[in-house]
Design a protein around this ligand. Structure first.
Ligand code: ADP
Length: 432
């Protein structure tokens, strides 16, 4: 079966036919720092052996190093929130801001969608300061809601400053770090993300975005929600994550009441905090139409359900399928699992399977081309078409649930890997 045949033209046409796509609620500035192991010296700490040994947020400098070394020595991505102003200041002093780039799940999705002929991509950015506004590219189909309605971020910002920063510490295969005189080599290029974002950590949906979306719900076809990984369990003012998620749900319900046709997608992302993750699993999964997540994220969901996370991390497709079937309740009728080498798409109910498959293929090409060149360029999609897949295509059905194991294109030496998951999930969802 030629799963990639004709998908480029199909995807472009499909994008052209789209309505407004909403993206909330997490856009931020990323500070890119390339790790230089020589400057780190010989660290004196116990390396966490497994995910569950890691701190769930960074409260002291040792927590920062633990996260970084774990991620480095396993070659796996990891994100931790910084909970302490002192650590934030220490990182700033030690590493600086690094190279500034637009980041956050919603802005990443925007970056991945605006190169295609979608009519309107509406992204939530709070706080919308000059620095972050300037990082958005000058695209005609990109909008925020300003005081005068829809506008490009650069015409709508309010004040200056960097209120929030997500540091991305990148390291490369073959580098080594010394801990207690022992040398640890990095098996796979990856990154460790340490995030400071008290300004937006409540995921409040503020005006004028809020009223605009409610008033114009009829113009929207898809809404992608993410950012839960920056939430806290209990906020300094006593509010809890459950309170905040209930508020968010009220907003979603109001929008649904205005237009029941809107499809809602939840992008899980790296929710380290147990109570936040459980609140998302318990309160949100059944309220969304679609869910996107990678192998690490699903391994946490599996652990929360009482399963062994290792089965997921070892990419045991049988177990992955089982866990996904179990979380599909309520409205949740589509789950897009992505990992290096394949996607598993799980569908329940009335879906156009051909569109779903083509959308996966398009997302795979976009991710590979973005990995190869650093940014999306439709003209260069054809260059990734020749990359052979390492998995076999498979499709099956069980208990009324449809499974598609879709082999993807993997670029051997990627220029970037950050934000690829967001590109994959958002494109596959809005095109499918
Ligand atoms: P992020 O949080 O940065 O979006 P994720 O871990 O969610 O990252 O997603 C990364 C995904 O990107 C992987 O699951 C894989 O599908 C894709 N990917 C990673 N590296 C490559 C590569 N070299 N070529 C093509 N796709 C890649």
């Amino acid at each position: 079966m030629k799963i990639y045949d004709g998908v480029i033209d199909w995807g472009i046409k499909r994008a052209r036919d789209s309505k407004m796509i909403g993206l909330g609620f997490h856009s931020v500035i990323d500070g890119l720092v390339k790790i230089d192991p020589k400057k780190i010296g010989n660290l004196d700490l116990a390396i966490p052996q497994k995910f569950s040994d890691l701190p769930d947020s960074i409260k002291c400098i040792d927590d920062f190093w633990k996260g970084l070394i774990f991620s480095f020595s396993n070659g796996s991505a990891l994100q931790l929130m910084i909970d302490s102003k002192e650590v934030y200041e220490w990182i700033m002093k030690t590493f600086g801001t690094g190279t500034l780039r637009l980041g956050g799940t919603s802005a990443n999705m925007a970056k991945g969608l605006i190169p295609f002929p979608f009519e309107k991509i509406l992204v939530y950015v709070y706080p919308l300061k000059k620095e972050i506004a300037n990082l958005f590219s000058n695209s005609k189909n990109l909008f925020v809601v300003g005081n005068n309605g829809l506008d490009h971020p650069i015409n709508a910002y309010d004040g200056e400053g960097i209120d929030a920063i997500h540091w991305i510490f990148e390291f490369s295969q073959g580098q080594s770090i010394t801990v207690k005189d022992q040398i640890y080599a990095c098996p796979r290029s990856n990154r460790f993300i340490a995030s400071w974002n008290p300004a937006n950590s409540k995921l409040e949906v503020r005006d004028p975005f809020r009223s605009y979306v409610i008033d114009h719900a009829k113009d929207i076809s898809h809404f992608l929600v993410s950012g839960f990984h920056i939430m806290q369990e209990v906020y300094p003012d006593g509010e809890t994550v459950e309170d905040r998620i209930d508020e968010l749900l009220k907003f979603i319900q109001t929008v649904k009441d205005k237009n029941s046709e809107i499809r809602f997608h939840l992008e899980f992302a790296s929710i380290r905090r147990d109570r936040v993750r459980r609140a998302v699993e318990e309160k949100l999964f059944s309220m969304f139409d679609s869910l996107g997540l990678n192998e690490v994220e699903l391994s946490w969901v599996a652990r929360d359900m009482g399963y062994d996370e290792k089965d997921i991390l070892n990419l045991d497709v049988e177990r992955i399928s089982q866990i996904i079937s179990e979380i599909m309740r309520g409205d949740l009728s589509r789950v897009h699992f992505h990992t290096l080498g394949f996607y598993l798409l799980v569908l329940k109910g009335d879906y156009d399977l051909e569109s779903q498959k083509k959308a996966l293929a398009f997302a795979s090409l976009a991710a590979a081309q973005r990995a190869m060149d650093g940014e999306i360029n439709l003209e260069r999609f054809k260059y990734v078409l020749d990359i052979p897949e390492k998995y076999d295509y498979k499709e099956w059905e069980r208990d009324g649930i449809h499974f598609i194991l879709f082999p993807t294109k993997v670029v051997p030496s990627p220029k970037i890997t950050v934000g690829l998951g967001d590109t994959i999930s958002s494109l596959a969802f809005v095109l499918g």
